[in-house]
Design a protein around this ligand. Structure first.
Ligand SMILES: [Zn+2]
Ligand SMILES: [Zn+2]
Length: 315
């Protein structure tokens, strides 16, 4: 199955290469349609794309958690199936509130500093793909450094990052369960990535598709599922991290500080010697009540010490 998916990606890329003139024309046609629309020309179009994408991807994972038959979803489940508690935020912490906290400051900034310019020419198909992947990597490099600092400096962890680690059995909702400071930090990494790549702003079409892609990947990372069609199972060599890695990060807080780029953890030496298996992840305590279960980065505490091997695997 895995080899077939990898093969499909290679064949798809080869087809785009062979028919690149046609692919470039398609991208240009889509961009010609988009750039004349008033809502695309709006200063706050990209933040709105991000919020709308988050809403769609959250709805998708809600269906996985709460609607699809468990007999189907269980085969992909890393941690136990969510109940409604996972989808219920504390008072004042609804998904809509998180969206408002995200979009209102950006909309105000756009109003004060209008700068949206839409070029007539679209990027080539390969240029588009390259810009999106490069922005994802740039975002993750910046996020990795910030994330490592959040786990290394205890006061920072407690005041900025602990909220995101409150539930050990992560679901897609955790993607936006961020303190205001962490939300600013996360958005800053993204803004820096889209504006500084190659010392210029990436094409608006690339930026919009980056918004759609990264919001999907972040919700997928927190979904608690590991399906064969996820990027982490298609891209070989552990280059791309997925939900199992991030679930382990939420559980131990000691490894896998990158969201996507596995090589960042390899370079930094933050890959565990022996990754937790899915049953271990499933059997860990569901909640920490805001207490950091793990030792700060730098101390040699095995995740297995904090969560001994369960006798019964809860899959
Ligand atoms: Zn997370
Ligand atoms: Zn963390």
């Amino acid at each position: 199955m895995l080899q077939l998916e990898g093969l499909a990606v290679v064949v798809g890329a080869a087809l785009v290469w062979v028919f690149q003139d046609r692919a470039d024309a398609c991208v240009q046609a889509v961009w010609d349609l988009m750039r004349t629309r008033s809502f695309v020309r709006h200063e706050t179009f990209e933040p709105v794309v991000s919020v709308a994408s988050f809403a769609v991807w959250h709805a998708q994972w809600f269906v996985w958690d709460m609607v699809l038959p468990r007999t189907f979803t269980q085969q992909f489940s890393i941690q136990p199936k969510a109940d409604f508690d996972h989808w219920r935020f504390k008072r004042g912490e609804t998904l809509w509130n998180e969206a408002l906290w995200y979009i209102v400051p950006l909309a105000l900034f756009d109003r004060l500093y209008p700068r949206r310019a839409l070029p007539e020419t679209a990027p080539s198909a390969f240029g588009l793909a390259l810009e999106i992947v490069s922005m994802l990597v740039m975002y993750d490099v910046l996020f990795f450094a910030a994330h490592l600092a959040l786990h290394t400096v205890r006061p920072l962890y407690r005041t900025v990052h602990a909220k995101h680690h409150r539930l050990k059995h992560v679901r897609a909702t955790e993607a936006v369960r961020l303190s205001p400071a962490e939300e600013v930090l996360d958005v800053a990494c993204s803004i820096a990535a889209v504006n500084t790549l190659g010392f210029r702003r990436c094409h608006p079409l690339s930026r919009a598709l980056y918004d759609v892609t990264i919001t999907y990947l972040i919700t997928e990372l927190h979904s608690g599922y590991d399906t064969p069609w996820m990027w982490s199972n298609i891209i070989p060599g552990g280059l791309w991290h997925g939900s199992p890695h991030h679930c382990e990060h939420h559980l131990t807080g000691r490894h896998y500080f990158a969201k996507f780029c596995g090589f960042l953890d390899t370079i930094a030496g933050t890959v565990p010697a022996k990754p937790l298996s899915h049953p271990l992840l499933a059997a860990a305590p569901a909640r920490t009540h805001g207490v950091m279960l793990h030792a700060p980065v730098g101390k040699t505490v095995s995740p297995y010490d904090a969560h001994p091997t369960p006798k019964e695997h809860v899959y």
